[in-house]
Design a binder for this molecule. Structure first.
Ligand SMILES: Cc1cc2nc3c(=O)[nH]c(=O)nc-3n(C[C@H](O)[C@H](O)[C@H](O)COP(=O)(O)OP(=O)(O)OC[C@H]3O[C@@H](n4cnc5c(N)ncnc54)[C@H](O)[C@@H]3O)c2cc1C
Length: 465
């Protein structure tokens, strides 16, 4: 008899409770990963993210092989095909125990129920673990036992729980047998190279350490400026499960010699972002309607968005005539990455200046982001669109020009992505049109496609109606 560890959004070998628990049993351990291209297409998995996933799958496969654990990689169309494929694998390899860390999306939860039933039919004992969040969804609740609808009390309760309960990190399992060979696998899914991103667990853990050593202390003052490399850029790995929030906490605690529980302590604002990440995952589980293209605030589903297709295309291509928006979108299209401040600006612009349904933007982000993740992406879009849990009030509407002036004052980021504005003096970089007309009339940079003040009025009336 053997044990089987099912890898999903947890492509790592450290701090993996399911893997660790299986390794403690006397039975030999094997592992499995299911590639589900049709499901991924339905969930808009970005090609660049598929490439990163393939690299980390190979990296985990290699590490497991060194530990003497064979990773089976099986391609099936979608989640519906997994229970029978898993059942077959278990019969072939005399599997008596299945180990996995829980996922949180509703399709994933349904799949796991079907797998549990299949295992019961075959007398396979399932062991499920909560590892995605520091505290499992459903365990940080109001006094009356409900999920919080706003962030600040959630974060207070989360911090209190951390202070009283602490947290645990699981070690990498001991070697289970003679080292095995690992044959590189290739995922059959449209791919865009993610070579500029890290491809192994060890490298990612090093990046976490480096960020904590060099940048954590200045994070609060630097994190909002896209021209500065002031954030951790760890989201692609946190979302694939290559590292965990517990490891982030532990490294932060080592570097700062404590966990920053108070707002004014160094490092608190980074911890706060990690708590936002947890908040959105808890929201997703407590309010599954947000997974089904619905607003967190049901009344906002009745807004009739004009959805002008030409405006949407201009936004996607970075041709709106608003330099900070266009630079951000072109950066996303070329690299699969966008800075958080820019995500807020372009999301607000799409919804509140172009009056396009936030779900169009949410989908475009998923199709292009290297860190595209349902909970954070949905949370971010619903925040910007004022439809979500603790979202920006509907009358708070970012002015794209002043946002650019504030967060990319000298236009350094803008010029990096809009070469047609490279000669525009700093003074005019956020409103370059008059200058271009006078001094570079041949430059093809579009005039603003909407007037912000007018667009703002329309948004207010859409929400009021
Ligand atoms: C419209 C919109 C869409 C977004 N889509 C995604 C997405 O698909 N995937 C994703 O991981 N993040 C998303 N975010 C959140 C945030 O922009 C990214 O997590 C952040 O830019 C990642 O950069 P970093 O790793 O350098 O973060 P850091 O600033 O170093 O923060 C550390 C970690 O905290 C988490 N985090 C930071 N900010 C947020 C936030 N606002 N909400 C939730 N988690 C956060 C991330 O895991 C991040 O890696 C979105 C935000 C907005 C406004």
């Amino acid at each position: 008899m053997s044990s089987l560890v099912w890898f999903r959004d947890d492509l790592r070998t450290y701090d993996h409770p399911a893997l660790y628990a299986a390794s403690l049993q006397v039975e030999p351990v094997q592992a499995v990963y299911f590639i589900t291209p049709e499901q991924w297409q339905r969930h808009d998995l970005a090609p660049i993210r598929a490439d990163l996933l393939e690299r980390h799958l190979n990296s985990v496969g290699q590490t497991l092989a060194e530990l003497g654990i064979l990773l089976h990689v099986i391609t099936v169309a979608d989640y519906a095909a997994i229970p029978s494929a898993l059942g077959k694998l278990c019969s072939q390899h005399q599997i008596s125990r299945l180990y996995a860390n829980r996922e949180i999306g509703i399709y994933e939860l349904k799949r796991d129920v079907a797998v549990q039933e299949q295992c019961e039919r075959q007398n396979i004992h399932c062991h499920w673990f909560d590892a995605r969040c520091l505290f499992a969804p459903g365990s940080v609740l109001t006094g009356s036992g409900e999920m919080f609808k706003v962030y600040t009390p959630f974060s207070r309760a989360w911090l209190k729980k951390l202070m009283t309960e602490g947290y645990q990190i699981w070690p990498q399992p001991a070697v289970q047998g003679a080292p095995l060979d690992w044959q590189l696998i290739s995922i059959h899914y449209p791919k865009v190279s993610a070579q500029s991103w890290l491809g192994s667990e060890k490298e990612v853990l090093n990046q976490l350490q480096q960020f904590a050593d060099d940048k954590l202390i200045n994070y609060t003052t630097q994190r909002d400026f896209p021209a500065i490399n002031g954030t951790s850029q760890l989201s692609p790995y946190l979302s694939l499960g290559v590292i965990t929030v517990r490891q982030c906490l532990s490294v932060m605690q080592d570097v700062l010699a404590r966990i920053p529980f108070e707002k004014n302590e160094p490092g608190f604002s980074w911890l706060n972002e990690l708590i936002w990440r947890e908040f959105y995952q808890h929201v997703l589980v407590a309010y599954p309607r947000v997974c089904m293209h619905k607003g967190f605030k049901p009344e906002t589903d009745s807004i009739r968005w004009p959805n002008n297709q030409a405006f949407f295309s201009a936004w996607c291509e970075g041709k709106t005539g608003y330099p900070i928006v266009d630079a951000a979108m072109r950066c996303l299209n070329q690299t699969g990455w966008m800075h958080n401040r820019l995500r807020m600006i372009v999301a607000s612009f799409l919804v509140k200046d172009l009056h396009i349904d936030w779900r169009w933007g949410e989908r475009y982000f998923m199709q292009h982001l290297i860190d595209g993740e349902l909970a954070a992406n949905n949370g971010g879009w619903q925040w910007a669109a004022s439809t979500g849990a603790d979202a920006a009030p509907y009358f708070r509407i970012f002015n794209p020009t002043t946002q650019g002036q504030k967060f990319d004052e000298r236009g350094i980021f803008i010029k990096r992505w809009l070469p047609e504005l490279s000669l525009v003096p700093e003074k005019y970089i956020h409103t370059p049109h008059d200058w271009l007309r006078r001094f570079e009339p041949s430059t093809r940079y579009p005039a603003p496609i909407v007037e912000h003040a007018r667009a703002r009025e329309i948004t207010l009336s859409l929400f009021k109606t």
